[in-house]
Design a protein around this ligand. Structure first.
Ligand code: FES
Length: 115
């Protein structure tokens, strides 16, 4: 996993989401109770930017059709979305917020056969 610095701490107000793109991942950063959470920014229902949703009780509500997601786990709590959103590791150090992205793995062209 590689951590990418993408925001200043001062850019992230409590309870407000902001969208970012890092290494091809669209990510919403949201500060909840002082802790920055990072989740996938694309709503699995119809690709709205979740970052612009309302934040309440550790959850964010999609601004288009109001699906609700847990910001800590990415779990969908309320439809119409039916899939969870990804969550990303976050580090906040010295006023900089970094998000962890799993390094791409190269698939073997000849995977070992199982016996
Ligand atoms: S796009 Fe998010 S609920 Fe429809």
């Amino acid at each position: 996993m590689t951590f990418y610095p993408i925001a200043r701490s001062t850019d992230l107000a409590e309870g407000k989401g902001r969208p970012f793109t890092v290494e091809g991942h669209r990510i919403a950063l949201v500060r909840v109770d002082g802790v920055v959470r990072a989740v996938g920014d694309l709503c699995p229902h119809a690709d709205a930017s979740i970052a612009f949703g309302q934040v309440e009780n550790g959850c964010i509500t999609c601004p288009w059709h109001y699906a609700e997601f847990d910001l800590r786990t990415g779990q969908v709590l309320c439809g119409p979305a039916t899939e969870d959103i990804p969550v990303y590791a976050v580090r906040e150090e010295d006023g900089i917020v970094s998000v962890g992205i799993e390094d791409a793995t190269v698939e073997s062209e000849h995977p070992a056969e199982k016996h």
